[in-house]
Design a protein around this ligand. Structure first.
Ligand code: C5J
Length: 271
C-alpha cells in the first residue's frame, strides 16, 4: 500500500498540506464541516447581491453564500499521457480551461469565498463501482485496471488526484464521488447546507458529463448555478457547445452561462 504522500504532484503542496486537507470522501468519513483557520473572512462587499452579465439573463448572487465548485480537474483527464489521452482524446480541449480556472480560483480565495473540489473515482476494492459502469466502454483498459498514472479512477492513485495548478488548499472540501453527479452518494449537499450556500459557480470537466450532471442535480436540490464557458471543457467541441446550450435553454432551465472575465469584473466592482 502506497503512502498517500507519494501521490502529491511534484513541486506542489507539502505532505502537511495534504494531511491537513478537509476531505469529504466516501472511503473514510473524515469530513469536518468547519472553515479552516486559514480561511480569510469575506469583506462586507461580499455580503451584498451582485449582478453578473450572463445568459439567458443576468445572474445575481451574494458571494459569501456562493461556492466555487470545481469538477474533476484530475490528472488522468487532463494531463498528457494520462488515461484520457490513452483513450485517444485530445486533452488540449480540456487543458485550455486550466488558466482561466487558476485565475478564478486565485480571485475566489483572495476574496475569502468558499471553494470545493470534486474527483471522480472509486474505492481500491471497487466495491462502489457498478458492474455496468465497469463493463461499459469496452476499451482494452477500464476502471480499476493499471493505467499510465496508477489504477484508473481509483482513489489514492496519482492519476485520480487533482492537477497541480488547481491543487486544493487545507480547508477546501474535496468531494470524492463514485458517479458523474457530485451530489450522488456524497455529502456535498450537507456541506453546502451547513455553510449556507445557495448558489454555485460550476467549472471543470467534462462539460456534457460530470458538469452537466452536477448542474442538473444541483437544480433539483434548489441551487442556482452559473457555468463559466471558458472554465469548462469537453474532449468534443460539439458537446461543449450543446452542453452549454442545454443549461441556458428555455429561460435557464438548469442555470446560467457566462465567462470568467465577466464574473471577475463583477467581483472586482463590488468587492
Ligand atoms: C467526467 C467523464 N468528469 N467524462 N467524467 O466528466 O467520464
Amino acid at each position: 500500500m502506497k503512502d498517500k504522500g507519494d501521490y502529491l504532484p511534484q513541486g506542489f503542496g507539502s505532505r502537511e498540506a495534504y494531511d491537513g486537507r478537509e476531505v469529504a470522501t466516501n472511503m473514510v468519513s473524515t469530513t469536518k464541516a468547519t472553515i479552516h483557520p486559514n480561511h480569510k473572512q469575506p469583506s462586507a462587499g461580499m455580503n451584498q447581491l451582485i449582478p453578473v452579465e450572463a445568459e439567458p439573463y443576468e445572474f445575481e448572487f451574494v458571494p459569501s453564500r456562493c461556492a466555487l465548485l470545481i469538477i474533476d480537474m484530475q490528472r488522468d483527464f487532463l494531463e498528457r499521457s494520462g488515461f484520457g489521452e490513452m483513450l485517444g482524446n485530445d486533452v488540449s480541449q480540456l487543458r485550455r480551461t486550466i488558466e482561466p480556472n487558476r485565475k478564478l480560483l486565485h480571485a475566489w480565495r483572495s476574496a475569502g469565498l468558499q471553494v470545493m473540489h470534486t474527483r471522480e473515482g472509486h474505492r481500491p476494492d471497487l466495491a462502489d463501482l457498478p458492474p455496468a459502469k465497469k463493463k461499459r466502454g469496452r476499451g482494452a483498459s477500464t476502471i480499476g485496471d493499471p493505467g499510465p498514472m496508477g489504477r484508473i479512477l481509483v482513489r489514492g492513485e496519482a492519476g485520480h488526484d487533482i492537477i497541480p495548478e488547481l491543487y486544493p488548499l487545507p480547508g477546501e472540501p474535496v468531494i470524492d464521488k463514485p458517479g458523474k453527479g457530485a451530489f450522488f452518494a456524497t455529502d456535498l449537499h450537507a456541506i453546502l447546507q451547513n455553510r449556507g450556500i445557495d448558489r454555485l459557480i460550476v467549472t471543470g470537466v467534462t462539460t456534457e458529463v460530470c458538469v452537466n450532471t452536477t448542474v442538473r442535480e444541483a437544480n433539483d436540490r434548489g441551487y442556482d448555478c452559473l457555468v463559466l464557458e471558458d472554465c469548462v471543457g469537453s474532449y468534443f467541441p460539439e458537446f461543449q457547445e450543446m452542453g452549454l446550450k442545454m443549461i441556458k435553454a428555455q429561460g435557464g432551465i438548469f442555470g446560467w452561462v457566462s465567462i470568467s472575465d465577466k464574473l471577475l469584473a463583477a467581483l472586482e466592482k463590488h468587492g
